[in-house]
Ligand binder design. Structure first.
Ligand SMILES: [Zn+2]
Length: 201
């Protein structure tokens, strides 16, 4: 489905931050700083749950010089490592079974590129890729449970491809989970997805 609006705006803000700091190309630290600016966002939430001190973490991303690792140009003004982190975000969303790429996947992408400046900052604050992945998976599970309980309970059988909440519009948002050989999930139209707070984090 591509990056959510919130994720896209973080990516845009990262480039802006780099420009303001007279740094080029836009690196992973700029991406991390942009994600951390969103205090009400899901990323801040997850980091808090993992015990990170957000003000301190934010401070570590201030005016951090770009390391040699991040000097190589990637694409569109973003460094190669930053670009790879964004690719990792897409893979992360897939492995979590999410049909959108949100800010939380960007964060996971940053942590996945272990040699990146952002991953080092995160690691210094005790945030590793594995801890993040587990936390997001747990969020996913409880989110799916809640969603299945509210959407599927008492809903009529719907045709395949139809939104399971309203039964009218085509389903375009798919929240799925694969465990062993079984797959379960909820399929919603855009409007119902918004109503249930899915996919636009
Ligand atoms: Zn619907």
């Amino acid at each position: 489905m591509g990056f959510t609006e919130r994720a896209k705006s973080a990516i845009g803000r990262a480039a802006q931050l780099a420009t303001e700091r007279f740094q080029s190309p836009t690196g992973t630290v700029h991406l991390l700083a942009a994600l951390l600016q969103d205090e009400e966002g899901f990323v801040a939430d997850v980091l808090r749950k993992l015990g990170a001190n957000l003000p301190l973490l934010r401070k570590s991303t201030d005016d951090l010089p770009t390391s040699e690792t991040e000097e190589a140009e990637g694409s569109g003004g973003y460094g190669l490592v930053a670009y790879r982190a964004m690719q990792s975000a897409i893979d992360a969303a897939k492995s979590l079974g999410n049909s959108y790429e949100g800010t939380e996947h960007l964060l996971l992408g940053l942590a996945t590129e272990q040699s990146s400046d952002a991953a080092q900052v995160l690691a210094a604050h005790g945030i590793t890729r594995d801890r993040l992945f587990e936390a997001l998976q747990a969020e996913n599970d409880s989110g799916l449970e809640k969603l299945m309980a509210t959407v599927l309970d008492g809903a009529d059988e719907t045709m395949p491809g139809q939104c399971q909440a309203c039964g009218v519009s085509p389903a375009i948002v798919h929240v799925t989970e694969i465990k062993g050989n079984t797959m379960r999930g909820v399929h919603l139209c855009e409007e119902c997805a918004r109503k249930h707070g899915v996919g636009w984090v």
